[in-house]
Design a protein around this ligand. Structure first.
Ligand code: MTE
Length: 318
């Protein structure tokens, strides 16, 4: 990540500092951030208490999805986020509280029988929520295991009634530079955009997330609606979605536009295909710093490998 206009004097902290030192320094800061966070984020507690969907949580767990490692501690996951709209550091939780998530509408448009604008609170009540334990593997090599709550993206596709000419879904995040100061950085092309094929969107694993840790999503996780595509690098899991368009043409995503030689459309996890600037062979769990070998499709090949049969010519792993 962190591609911007290169300036010789500028290095991300992770590049300037050996990762282990940086990560343990981070854990130290997070230890404190938990306390500071509790004291300085009253808005977060208030927003959740007032959330009109709070009664929907916790949702029953779908036991088909099991983890091979412990769930990441909530205070760790909630204080180490990628949400460039609120800055390029991982400590964006406080800044993200400025985002007003009500009222919130999601536009469904493009190649559908009928374009419409859905109120999020209505949409969520037409869906059956469930909890899924998924792993998330960031392209930067950190990983976490979290209990997302939401509904299958396939259910939204069915509701949207796409035309047979629809081949892709294009997702868009809100655009409000007044609130999201990161969106004032002109070297990024806002708003954040992501895309998947129809086959990917209707795969059982593709999940639209409305909650985490048995509660409505906190802002820094991408409230009120985000995607979870656990077999792909985390940047595909777009946050705070306001528009879902069905298209005939492949969307160009935020990071692909930013750095097409580093971040592609497919972005499926593969330990054997390094990022141009680092290896993808291993991953490190947030919180424990425990390392694991990276798995092909992040370990979800059973569900998704078939999607990519006979597509060897595509750069499936970047
Ligand atoms: N969505 C938006 N709109 N903006 C972002 O910066 N970052 C992505 C993804 N979705 C991002 C986003 C990246 S790089 C990752 S790894 C995940 O969100 C991180 O999700 P988390 O902060 O909930 O762990």
């Amino acid at each position: 990540m962190l591609i911007k206009r290169p300036r010789g004097w500028e290095l991300p902290e992770s590049a300037a500092t050996p990762e282990r030192v940086w990560l343990s320094r981070r854990s130290l800061m997070l230890g404190g951030a938990g306390l500071i966070g509790a004291a300085t984020l009253p808005g977060l507690a208030r927003a959740q208490a007032a959330d009109p969907t709070a009664d929907l949580y916790p949702a029953p767990r779908n036991e088909s999805f099991v983890l091979d490692r412990p769930v990441t501690d909530e205070s760790i996951a909630a204080n180490y986020n990628n949400f460039y709209e609120f800055g390029s550091s991982k400590r964006v939780a406080a800044a993200a509280q400025a985002l007003r998530t009500r009222p919130w509408t999601v536009v469904i448009d493009g190649l559908v029988e009928e374009e419409r604008t859905l109120d999020f609170d209505d949409l969520i009540r037409t869906m059956t929520l469930e909890e899924r334990l998924y792993r998330l593997r960031c392209v930067e090599t950190w990983a976490m295991a979290v209990p997302w709550t939401g509904f299958p993206l396939a259910d939204l596709v069915a509701m949207a009634r796409p035309l047979s000419s629809a081949r892709y879904l294009r997702f868009e995040t809100f655009l409000d530079p007044e609130v999201a100061r990161g969106q004032r950085q002109t070297w990024y092309s806002w708003p954040y955009v992501e895309g998947v094929t129809m086959a990917e969107a209707t795969n059982e694993l593709a999940f639209l997330v409305t909650g985490v840790y048995g509660k409505p999503l906190a802002n820094q996780f991408g409230a009120p609606l985000r995607l979870a595509l656990p077999w792909k690098y985390g940047f595909k899991s777009i946050k705070s979605i306001v528009r879902i368009s069905f298209t005939a043409e492949r969307p160009v995503s935020f990071w692909e536009r930013q750095g097409p030689t580093e971040y592609g459309f497919w972005a499926n996890v593969n330990p054997e295909v390094p990022h141009p600037r680092w290896s993808q062979a291993r991953e490190r769990m947030l919180g424990t710093d425990e390392e694991f070998p990276t798995q092909l499709f992040n370990g979800y090949g059973e569900w998704v490998a078939g999607l990519y049969a006979a597509m060897e010519d595509e750069p499936l792993f970047m």
